[in-house]
Design a protein around this ligand. Structure first.
Ligand SMILES: Cc1cc2nc3c(=O)[nH]c(=O)nc-3n(C[C@H](O)[C@H](O)[C@H](O)COP(=O)(O)OP(=O)(O)OC[C@H]3O[C@@H](n4cnc5c(N)ncnc54)[C@H](O)[C@@H]3O)c2cc1C
Length: 395
């Protein structure tokens, strides 16, 4: 496996459960730039497409069994809709319920009653509340996968960068570099944001051989697919999150709240974690966080327009990470070529689908077909066949 983020770690666990010997390679096992370290920890199954709902429901059922280990708090998702988006949200409620995911439709007055902090109802047409959804600690979840994978025989190898690959009839050869010590933050950023030739910091070259390889490299999957001569359909896109100093209001009783304006937020210890994804963000591996201006221009005005209690909120910090967005905003999971498998492009859904997607890919690798976890709709061929798995525009 190339890439030991939450997806690679989950696939490794699932392969170990099936007795497949696996090595997981990563240039930085601590995941300093990985999306798995930079996300909002939201878990929900309120999607439009059956495969996305099902993979999330299967994952949620698993997270419920390990809730204390991974900080899974099922406090629900409250999603507010305006006149334009409310009918679209309502169209999918029956499907979500039929697939086993409870969800309620609320009037604006009911929203106000449940969350008194939401005291400005302008532009609010309705809302959904899905009580089984909530928040998870993604770092603990990744660690959980890694511990179980290691106990089942998987090996996680650090400081290894995969530069090139050769796929033969009977094996895959990976041309790698191993750095003698962890890369500095600057060298890691140079390597992971630079062009393909900039591998000077990656260390001494060597070769690894495997029966098969899985590409689980998140927002770098386009680069890694290219070294296998495979087409990439997705783009990395910067997403920013800020921590808000909030001494006035406590949102700890609620899970994730998503406003009609697109801003989303939840309580995070003594802070609020809030994010917003400007629709015109260009693709690119950009880790620069805009800081206070991001809070003042994008976050605060939207929160204050909905809740007067947000008036005195202050910017406390934040960061930028990468989404890997596919053309239909659904993940790409399956067999990419003989001996080459893939699970990436989760389009902002990688944490919440990690368990189901890991199990699905492991079934395909170990058993040659999907058995309990069917991700066939997410195969790459859907783009050539013009069978997109179209998801809503979402956070
Ligand atoms: C701001 C933000 C908010 C988000 N919020 C949510 C949320 O609320 N809920 C949710 O479910 N998802 C969310 N996501 C998305 C989620 O974080 C990702 O979908 C998920 O973490 C992807 O995991 P991954 O393992 O595929 O990729 P990553 O975690 O990025 O791991 C990829 C790994 O591959 C390694 N790698 C790359 N190239 C190479 C190479 N050539 N050689 C060796 N190693 C390599 C990298 O070092 C990295 O460790 C959010 C993302 C962001 C940025």
């Amino acid at each position: 496996m190339i890439g030991a983020g939450i997806i690679g770690s989950s696939v490794a666990m699932a392969l170990a459960e099936r007795g497949v010997r696996t090595a997981v390679l990563d240039i930085d096992l601590s995941g300093r730039l990985s999306s798995s370290e930079k996300n909002a920890g939201g878990v929900r199954a309120t999607w439009w497409q059956p495969v996305n709902i099902t993979l999330c429901c299967e994952s949620i059922r698993y997270y419920e069994t390990i809730r204390d280990q991974v900080g899974f708090r099922q406090k629900g998702y409250l999603w507010l809709y305006d006149e334009e988006t409310w009918p679209k949200a309502c169209e999918h409620l029956d499907l979500q319920r039929t697939l086993g995911h409870p969800i309620e439709a609320l009037t604006p007055a009911e929203v106000r009653r449940r969350v008194p902090e939401i005291d400005r109802l302008e532009g609010l047409a309705g809302a959904t509340f899905s009580p089984a959804d909530g928040l998870i600690n993604p770092n603990l979840l990744k660690q959980h996968y890694r511990v179980r994978a290691t106990a089942g025989g998987a090996t996680f190898l650090d400081r290894i960068y995969v530069n090139a690959a050769t796929v033969d009839a009977d094996e895959v050869r990976l041309h790698c570099s191993q750095a003698p010590a962890p890369l500095t933050d600057d060298d890691l950023v140079r390597l992971m944001t630079g062009d393909d030739a900039d591998t000077a910091h990656a260390g001494a070259p060597f070769e690894l051989r495997a029966n098969a390889v899985a590409i689980t490299t998140g927002a770098w999957s386009d680069k890694v697919l290219r070294i296998f001569g495979l087409k990439s359909y997705s783009d990395p896109i910067r997403r920013q999150i800020c921590l808000v100093d909030n001494r006035v209001t406590n949102f700890a009783a609620y899970g994730m709240i998503v406003d009609t304006s697109g801003v989303y937020f939840h309580n995070e210890g003594a802070h609020i974690l809030a994010g917003y994804s400007p629709p015109d963000t260009p693709p690119g591996r950009d880790f620069n966080y805009d800081g206070e201006p991001f809070f003042m221009d994008e976050i605060w005005p939207r929160m204050y327009a909905r809740m007067s209690c947000c008036e005195r909120m202050r910017h406390a910090g934040g960061w930028a990470g990468l989404y890997e967005v596919s053309p239909d905003r659904s993940a790409i999971v399956g067999r990419a070529a003989p001996r080459v498998y893939e699970a990436h492009s989760f389009s902002g859904r990688g944490v919440m689908q990690s368990y189901g997607a890991g199990q699905a890919l492991a079934e395909l690798i170990a058993d040659g077909r999907y058995l309990k976890f069917d991700a066939s709709a997410l195969c790459r061929e859907r783009f050539e066949r013009n069978q997109p798995v179209l998801e809503e525009l979402h956070i």
